[in-house]
Ligand binder design. Structure first.
Ligand code: PEP
Ligand code: MG
Length: 591
């Protein structure tokens, strides 16, 4: 096609993580540093720049005091003292004066001068022998970021203030960005980084928004306002799609819509195979508002409430009352179906900017989830009391994430006991018999499931993390995404073992990782004997269609057939063959 350079259609291939096709204007979302506006200034602008700098310093000082206060209440004085070092930076006269002098000398705006001065300070500190002083380099960088944010007047994320619908393009999106986005104004996502189980992907599926990740450099090839088409099904993104392209996609969208309308009719049908085997299909949610979709798509309750998004959506740690109200609302709306509330799973790729946790080299293997909660009894017990308060609706169940040994379950249960006693002292009602389960998402837990089973009422396999930890493949790194294979024989073996052990101990076992919502996997998971599948609500009709088209005997046959397989691709092909045979329309939709 001979078109003017820069105006021609461009196709970029990534990883399709949430199906559907959408077209619209792009909105490029960049990090604070990238948004930094640097410019030259005239002499008469200097006083105004000094005033802006001083106002930003005042705002920054006040924010640090507020954070310090909250951290002190939640985590004690010692944790809060980390912020003293931040205050020292804001109050360092030589630092502040060097910036002010630079304004006159360099005739550049305060953002430019501050960045250069702060960088010099941080580099000088980083070169020092003394460990304590070296660590102050991070404080200088942190405080500088905060001052720059205040200079830009951007306290809320850009995504929470969209004025019209956009396709969001970014290098990466943090869970704290997606947790606060204005859902009505986002048409889809496309990011340079990420993989099918990164949180941007999970959020996109929860919102039924087409999304592509792992596009490498899409954020430098697109500008805000460019017309974009994304095919979340095939992982294809088009910049400035041609008329022919739009027409072809229009026809595909019509055909897909016909299938989807038929599947929507399954809402009230039971997820039962043709020979009478039934499983529970429940939903994964991130926020209380997601319950609308849970009810609309016909899920039987909530199999995973990722409570950390509640924390990510607020500028402070949610109080016991705030949490109890959120949990109570979800439990009430899905009752009598189960509502499984997972305790806080912070860390990994989910951080609270207002909670100063040390940065780590390997966050997914670090101070995450139950490890963080066991070390922060006040935060943990506040949440447990809130969940217990909601447990007056007897469908509430508690689930601990990232358990790697049975000792953690025992310690968490001891905190639960304390939380119950605290409520008793306050005469607050709760269900003393509330069921407790654990996520099986660390290989050691899957291998020692027999040691954990006696302490819990259920297991839920978190295959997103189980695959990451078993295969040593970072779940958010698009470079190694090709190795992220849920059908790897090691994964099938861990799932099989966990299900068998659970049943030997008389407890039920579900799957709440993304594998559970992939209809291609449904026959195999059924054949392995799983009792519950929990997924993003939009996947429920597809999975239900496969179940209702299948015989349990065929599913068992598939499980028997693939167990001796050597290659993940062999297992995947066998799964696709059976799904294609029983539910070709579904395969058409998911590709
Ligand atoms: C999982 O790891 O499979 C899971 C469901 O938890 P998350 O994706 O929130 O880590
Ligand atoms: Mg997990």
């Amino acid at each position: 096609m001979a078109e003017a350079p820069g105006r021609a259609e461009i196709e970029i291939k990534g990883i399709g993580v949430s199906p559907g096709v959408v077209t619209g204007p792009a909105l490029l979302v960049t990090t604070e540093e990238e948004r930094l506006v640097e410019r030259e200034i005239a002499e008469d602008e200097i006083p105004r720049e000094i005033a802006r700098f001083e106002e930003a310093l005042i705002a920054t000082r006040q924010q640090i005091h507020e954070i310090q206060q909250r951290v002190s209440e939640a985590m004690g004085q010692e944790s809060a003292s980390i912020f003293d070092a931040h205050l020292l930076v804001v109050d360092d006269r030589s630092f502040v004066e060097e910036v002010i002098r630079g304004l006159g000398a360099q005739r550049r705006n305060v953002e430019s001068v501050l960045s250069v001065v702060a960088d010099r300070y941080a580099q000088a500190l980083a070169r020092l022998e003394d460990d304590y002083l070296r660590e102050r380099a991070a404080d200088v960088r942190d405080v500088t970021r905060r001052i720059l944010r205040n200079l830009a007047g951007r306290s809320a994320s850009l995504l929470s203030r969209l004025d019209r619908p956009y396709i969001v393009i970014a290098n990466d999106l943090a869970p704290s960005d997606t947790a606060t986005l204005n859902r009505d104004k986002v048409l889809g996502f496309a990011t340079d980084l990420g993989s099918p189980t990164s949180h941007t992907a999970i959020m996109a599926r929860a919102l039924s928004l087409p999304a592509i990740v792992g596009l490498h450099d899409v954020s430098v090839r697109i500008s805000t306002g460019d017309q974009v088409l994304i095919d979340g099904h095939k992982g294809l993104l088009y910049i400035r799609p041609t008329r022919e392209r739009l027409e072809a996609y229009g026809k595909i969208a019509e055909a897909r819509q016909t299938i989807q309308s038929r599947l929507a009719g399954l809402r009230a049908q039971r997820p039962v195979t043709r020979d009478g085997y039934e499983v529970v299909l429940s939903a994964n949610i991130e926020m209380p508002g997601d319950v609308d979709a849970v009810l609309a798509d016909g899920a039987e309750g909530v199999g995973l409430f990722r409570t950390e998004y509640l924390y990510l959506s607020m500028q402070h740690l949610p109080t016991e009352d705030e949490q109890a109200a959120a949990y109570e609302e979800v439990a009430r709306r899905v009752a009598p179906a189960p509502c499984i509330i997972r305790t806080l799973d912070l860390g990994g790729d989910k951080f609270l900017s207002h909670l100063k946790t040390p940065s780590e080299l390997n966050p997914f293997m670090g101070w995450r989830a139950i490890r963080f909660c066991l070390a922060q009894p006040d935060i943990f017990k506040t949440q447990l009391r809130a969940i217990l308060r909601a447990s007056v609706h007897e469908n509430v169940k508690i689930m601990y994430p990232m358990v790697s040994n049975v000792g953690e379950v025992m310690r968490a249960n001891a905190f639960l006991q304390e939380a119950k006693n605290e409520l008793r002292l306050r005469d607050v009602p709760f269900n003393d018999a509330v069921e407790v389960g654990v996520m099986i998402e660390v290989p050691s837990a899957a291998i020692t499931a027999h040691l954990i089973a006696p302490h819990v009422a259920f297991f839920s396999l978190g295959t997103n993390d189980l695959v990451q930890y078993t295969l040593a493949v970072d779940r958010v790194n698009e470079r190694v995404a090709y190795l992220y294979e849920p059908t790897h024989p090691a994964i099938i073996e861990l799932i099989r073992n966990t299900i068998n052990v659970a049943h030997q101990h008389g407890i039920w076992v579900g799957i709440c990782g993304e594998m559970a919502g992939n209809p291609v996997m449904t026959p195999l998971l059924l054949g392995l004997g799983v009792d519950e599948l929990s997924m993003s609500p939009s996947a429920i009709p597809l999975v239900k269609e496969v179940i209702r088209s299948l015989r349990f005997a065929e599913a068992e046959g598939l499980a028997r057939k693939v167990l001796p397989s050597v290659l993940a691709t062999e297992v995947l092909e066998a799964c696709r063959d059976l799904t294609r045979r029983v539910a070709p329309d579904v395969l058409e939709l998911v590709g």
